[in-house]
Design a protein around this ligand. Structure first.
Ligand code: P6P
Length: 327
């Protein structure tokens, strides 16, 4: 007997979700849709290249360095080109801050938004097939539209973000973002090329048993960081560290946990970047009920003084971040 196949509902596509929630975005209706659509499109292109990394000549280093003197991988440069093109075509962005470029890129004086992006974080993991990610923050420009971009547009505190998110190129490709009204996760359905709502209203557990830190640097950790790590070990916590920020952050967001990148001898101000790594993830963490600090104050309260400045970063379950701060 013919059994009828039950067609599973496709679920809410990203475009539909944005339109359904447009009223939450305080600016004129189409802009956020356009921005997120541009980012989603670029991520699909990058995702396709990443999935072929072993087969075409885009693995390995470019032989050039980025703003922080780190070796650029070929995919770093490609991802930066893809996101820059997508965001300039949309016309909504006046300036782009990227890990891959020394200064900000002036895109369109009539654009209303400034975007800070790490096009491909953890890219050194590409060659060993470990998950990597894109991290982005969206700000509203401060200067009048049509005028030249100023530092007031560029060096904004994390609390000024109007939206933020990440794409995780992992066992599945996910886009997770917030506009300040909670956090929602979308999974790419490759056969359709659509991001579909898979993790509505994401909340990070208030406590957890996972701590993520590179203990290879522990000789230079402060006594307070060492004390917190000892607390974790005395309380049977599990160490999980992939060495790819977005992957570590995403796991801890779902399961509860804390990611720490404190000051070390090699990186006395921490390794991670305020503008295009920490601000976005701290915003998402807080929107999901967690915390993001530099060990003393909220990341989102830090006034940036330079595009590529680094900061110590403690992010994840609220109770775990508070405990780490209290050590
Ligand atoms: P370490 C990747 O280079 C990165 O920026 C993050 O994705 C990752 O969490 C961290 O640095 C790893 O740094 O010093 O532990 O190798």
């Amino acid at each position: 007997m013919e059994t009828s196949r039950i067609a599973l509902p496709i679920g809410t596509a990203l475009d539909r979700f944005i339109k359904n929630n447009q009223d939450q975005f305080q600016y004129t209706s189409g802009e956020l849709s356009q921005l997120l659509r541009d980012i989603a499109l670029a991520s699909k292109v990058v995702n396709r290249e990443i999935n072929k990394a072993g087969l075409i000549d885009i693995m390995g280093a470019m032989g050039s360095q980025n703003s922080g003197g780190e070796q650029q991988q070929k995919l770093d440069v490609l991802a930066n080109i893809r996101f820059t093109r997508a965001l300039s075509k949309g016309g909504e962005v006046c300036a782009l801050i990227s890990e891959e470029t020394e200064s900000y890129v002036d895109l369109n004086n009539h654009g209303k938004y400034v975007i800070a992006i790490d096009p491909l974080d953890g890219s050194s993991n590409i060659d060993v097939n470990v998950s990597i990610g894109t991290i982005f923050s969206i700000y509203r420009r401060k200067s009048p539209i049509g005028q030249a971009i100023t530092d007031r547009d560029i060096l904004q505190k994390g609390e000024e973000q109007v939206a933020a998110g990440y794409i995780l190129y992992g066992s599945s490709t996910m886009l997770v973002y917030t506009t300040g009204h909670g956090v929602n996760g979308f999974t790419l359905e490759p056969s359709l090329g659509e991001y579909v709502l898979s993790h509505p209203d994401m909340k990070i557990p208030v406590d957890g048993k996972i701590y993520s830190i590179n203990e290879g640097s522990s000789n230079s950790f402060s006594t307070s960081v060492k004390a917190y790590l000892q607390f974790c070990k005395d309380n049977g916590h599990t160490a999980r560290y992939i060495g790819s920020l977005v992957a570590d952050f995403h796991r801890n967001l779902l399961k509860g946990g804390i990611y720490l990148y404190p000051a070390t001898a090699k990186d006395p101000n921490g390794k991670l970047r305020l503008m295009y790594e920490c601000n976005a993830l701290a915003f998402i963490a807080e929107q999901a009920g967690g915390k993001g600090t530099d060990g003393k104050e909220r990341i989102l309260k830090i006034q940036p003084t330079s595009l590529h400045q680094r900061t110590p970063f403690y992010v994840g379950s609220a109770n775990m971040v508070e405990k780490a701060e209290s050590c």
